[in-house]
Write a protein that binds this ligand. Structure first.
Ligand SMILES: CNc1nc2cc3nc(NC)[nH]c3cc2c(=O)[nH]1
Ligand SMILES: [Zn+2]
Length: 376
């Protein structure tokens, strides 16, 4: 049996739900945030730190591992869990999105995407079959279908053409996955496209439901569209995804986005913000973001977030972090990342607790009141 999803509670006032995903590697309480571990590492954190943070699942990028060290190397070394010594769950994306945002010249055909490696310029092909082969070789617990994320903005015609290609690719993924994956341990998620057009979203979902997946992701958002379009599209499609399967909103988002998307029915999230922002000195707090490179923190002896109970906030000051950042010390990335990932995982813990207590509506209102400084 691949992953199991249990629906534990549904919020009375919103589409929010409390659930639990069980893979062969870990129990994942939902709603859940997945730290992004692009090339087999959540940058600046050790696996011990991730376990201390109680992360139950992390994300890895197929594109990066396909290019370096290559999925064959990782397969020969026993798979990604063994290679990076991470015994809990791993979700791998399918590589398409990275090719669009990273790869050099690329051409899309019915077969797949050919592109030049951003490392050495070699011409490579990523296709539904290659993407599945790579993710299966990595030993991924949750495999993402190979899809096309249309550019934003895009006309309804462009989006429809793209979602139809994604649907044909999804069927090829399902066929290859069912023939080659270890279905006791690995699950395949489909990705709904359709841009910001409700009728195209419904159309994309219809096609994926016919194929059938162990979970469903919402793709094509958080690609530069206005926030209300992301929220409205999520509000339309998330509750239409099967209630008995996990719902994953890809690439989202800020803490406020997480609260608002949970309210619209989403169970799973991934985003590079907590890790990427940490490395350039931006830390998340209950009242908004701080840029620790700002001069005002040079003599500020407070913890990063006075309301945070993480190991970093219990020991170090803003002044110390500001010093580490200004001097380019490696420890700056480690401490800021640890706190930011704690902040995201703790927010999800608070959301799950509120859902268990029937107090999500009040939590949501209190959260927005506390976020004094504006979010992007
Ligand atoms: C792996 N396939 C796939 N990944 C994605 C990752 C994303 N990350 C963002 N914002 C940071 N939007 C995304 C959309 C997709 C998408 O439509 N498909
Ligand atoms: Zn902290």
């Amino acid at each position: 049996m691949s992953l199991r999803f249990e629906l534990l509670a549904s919020d009375a006032g919103t589409a929010a739900r409390r659930g639990r995903i069980t893979t062969t590697r870990s129990v994942i309480e939902t709603p859940v945030f997945m730290p992004v571990g692009t090339a087999a590492t959540v940058k600046a954190l050790t696996q011990d730190m991730l376990e201390a943070l109680d992360a139950r699942i992390i994300l890895a990028n197929t594109y990066h591992l396909f290019l370096r060290p290559g999925h064959e190397v990782i397969r020969e070394l026993g798979g990604l869990h063994r290679f990076m010594s991470w015994p809990r769950s791993i979700l791998t994306d399918s590589g398409g999105y990275q090719v669009f945002s990273l790869g050099e010249l690329r051409t899309i055909s019915e077969e797949g995407v050919t592109f030049r490696s951003h490392l050495d310029g070699a011409r490579l092909l990523l296709s539904p079959e290659v993407s599945m082969e790579v993710q299966i070789a990595l030993g991924s617990d949750i495999v993402m279908a190979f899809d096309e994320c249309p550019p934003y903005p895009a006309s309804p015609e462009q989006v429809q053409c793209s979602l139809e290609l994604t649907e044909r690719w999804a069927r090829r993924c399902r066929t290859y996955f069912d023939a080659h994956a270890d279905r006791e341990r690995q699950s395949l998620f489909g990705i709904v496209q359709g841009g910001v057009y409700p009728e195209l979203r419904a159309r994309s979902l219809e096609g994926l439901l016919e194929i059938g997946f162990e979970g469903y992701a919402i793709g094509g958002l958080s690609v530069g569209e206005e926030k209300h379009l992301m929220y409205d599209t999520t509000e339309f499609i998330a509750p239409r995804l099967p209630a008995d399967k996990p719902r994953y909103l890809m690439g989202v988002g800020t803490p406020a986005d997480l609260v608002e998307s949970v309210a619209r029915g989403v169970d799973m999230f991934d985003c590079v913000m907590p890790t990427r922002h940490a490395r350039n000195g931006t830390v998340f707090t209950t009242t908004g973001r701080l840029n620790l490179r700002n001069a005002r923190y040079v003599r500020d002896e407070q913890p990063l977030d006075p309301d945070c109970t993480c190991a970093v906030c219990r020991r170090y000051s803003r002044a110390y972090l500001a010093h580490l950042l200004r001097t380019g010390e490696i420890l700056a990335s480690v401490l800021a990342t640890y706190h930011n990932v704690y902040h995201y995982l703790d927010l999800m813990r608070q959301i799950r607790h509120a859902l268990e207590q029937g107090g999500f509506g009040r939590f949501r209102a209190d959260f927005h009141r506390r976020q004094l400084s504006s979010e992007e």
